[in-house]
Ligand binder design. Structure first.
Ligand SMILES: Cc1cc2nc3c(=O)[nH]c(=O)nc-3n(C[C@H](O)[C@H](O)[C@H](O)COP(=O)(O)OP(=O)(O)OC[C@H]3O[C@@H](n4cnc5c(N)ncnc54)[C@H](O)[C@@H]3O)c2cc1C
Length: 455
């Protein structure tokens, strides 16, 4: 594609190429819309490829698969090409299953899926401004190697995670928890190669009394499935007492990726920073890397199996769990999740618990749906606001309270919401572009035809 040939009127512009943006783009294109994705990184996948996050959690509620559609297509393709073992039992049984994957495989497959669907993708492109006329977004201003330009579309989908487009268009937004505006901590991931995972497992199995999170389902550690492992609290406490670790987390959380010897460490914790404030985000990256440096020295010295491991990379970017949320036609609450409130306008489901990493320090608070194997519904109205006719917001910045966002933000549900946003955008383009007036019954039919799970 020659320079500037993307500067034409698209039906749908998707801001952000994370899983929700990619799902939205493919879904809209498959419904017949012309689609442009704008992404600041040089690759797709967002948090899953740019922040070292994995595994995807969770497609299931008990034995029932409650997220399918585009996200399952990705898993099928990853598995078929050896980039994922598919859905496996969670060795910690925090969730029923988790889905390890190779981030390089995901980048490649997302490129292919968007290309096959005929989506135009513009990488290395940052959206820095939004223009609005009346109750419509009229354009987004981008910056890339072609300079500055403003692009127009009939419908815009904000899949930036931070809700950049919605916020700059003047949509009502909240940030952080109601109490004090604090967000969940950001985390700089570490990805290791060459971990002696056999030795690590053997150590855990031989010392189960010191691994309370792993005790109940220790038999799973003896099976040949990638590990979800939490523990080493005593070692962490000792390192903190010795002044070797300054991370506001009380133990280590790690995941095998499915590649032999590769492990992701989800343990650094940058608190009191804001990903929507440029300087604060910049500081968070540096603090995250400093914590990663401490952690690297610590695990190689203290954790069996890591002695000769190699830190492949940090990040590349710090991971953001939450920032701005849209104030939509409906705001999903913890009560809706825990009571499994039925919605006639459900466009996706999830069985993931409410999982809050303490915004102010150590500790993680998890609230599970009362019955193991149960799941909740996600209504269409959390992606739409009263004030703007042609804007959908999807992924982790949908309209949800701080607590509810701590569940819907996970990648399978972010992708499932994205798929719905894409189909809704295409539907609106075929009418007058007003997403507030969506025929959700017809949208649900379209999603079912796209193999999404809706009960
Ligand atoms: C530390 C951490 C651990 C996590 N652990 C798990 C886990 O184990 N399992 C799981 O399933 N989920 C996990 N999650 C959650 C999950 O990864 C994300 O919430 C989910 O992937 C979000 O997808 P998204 O598409 O909504 O947003 P993102 O993945 O954030 O994608 C947004 C995209 O928009 C782009 N973008 C943003 N602003 C602009 C702009 N102005 N211009 C252009 N492009 C822009 C970004 O570069 C990015 O590619 C974790 C998240 C974090 C941070």
């Amino acid at each position: 594609m020659s320079a500037h040939s993307y500067a034409r009127l698209f039906d749908v512009i998707v801001a952000g190429g994370g899983v929700s943006g990619c799902a939205a783009a493919v879904s809209a294109a498959r419904c017949g819309a012309s689609v442009l994705v704008l992404e600041q990184n040089g690759y797709l996948g967002g948090t899953l490829t740019a922040c070292g996050v994995g595994p995807m959690m969770t497609f299931h509620a008990g034995e029932k698969q409650v997220i399918a559609g585009f996200m399952q297509e990705l898993v099928d393709e990853l598995a078929a090409r050896g980039y994922s073992p598919g859905h496996v039992l969670d060795t910690k049984q925090y969730t029923d299953t988790l889905t390890p994957f190779d981030a390089e495989g995901l980048k490649l497959i997302l490129d292919e899926k968007l290309e096959e669907a005929g989506v135009c993708v513009l990488l290395h492109t940052f959206i820095g401004g939004v223009s609005r006329e009346g109750d419509r977004v009229s354009g987004v201003t981008i910056s890339n190697k072609d300079g500055l330009q403003t692009l127009a579309a009939k419908v815009f989908i904000d899949a930036t995670g931070d809700g950049d487009v919605a916020a700059w268009a003047g949509a009502p937004m909240t940030k952080g928890r109601e109490l004090d505006g604090a967000a969940q901590p950001m985390t700089m991931k570490l990805k290791y190669a060459g971990v002696d995972a056999k030795k690590l497992r053997a150590h855990v199995l031989a010392n189960l009394s010191r691994f309370p999170a792993m005790r109940e389902h220790a038999d799973l550690l003896e099976r040949d499935i990638p590990m979800d492992l939490e523990g080493f609290a005593e070692e962490v406490a000792a390192a903190k007492a010795a002044g070797e670790l300054s991370i506001a987390r009380e133990n280590l959380l790690m995941f095998e990726t499915g590649r032999p010897g590769e492990i992701i460490l989800n343990t650094t914790r940058v608190i009191d920073h804001d990903s929507t404030d440029a300087m604060s985000l910049s500081d968070a990256e540096r603090i995250g890397r400093r914590q990663a440096g401490e952690l690297d020295a610590f695990v190689r010295k203290c954790i069996p199996g890591f002695e000769n491991a190699l830190l492949e990379f940090t990040g590349p970017s710090i991971g953001v769990r939450g920032s701005r949320q849209l104030v939509g036609l409906y705001t999903l609450t913890a009560e809706d999740i825990l009571s499994r409130k039925p919605f006639k306008t459900a466009i996706a489901h999830s069985g993931y618990p409410i999982d809050i990493h303490n915004p102010k320090g150590e500790g993680t608070e998890s609230t599970f749906l009362a019955e193991r194997g149960s799941y909740y519904s996600i209504p269409y109205e959390i992606m739409v606001c009263e004030e703007i006719a042609n804007l959908l917001v999807t992924g982790r910045c949908v309209s949800a309270t701080f607590e509810a966002q701590a569940s819907v933000r996970l990648s399978p549900s972010a992708g499932a919401m994205g798929q719905a946003a894409g189909a809704a955008a295409a539907q609106a383009c075929a009418a007058d572009g007003d997403v507030r007036a969506a025929d959700v019954a017809s949208l649900r039919d379209t999603l079912r035809a796209q193999s999404a799970y809706l009960d």
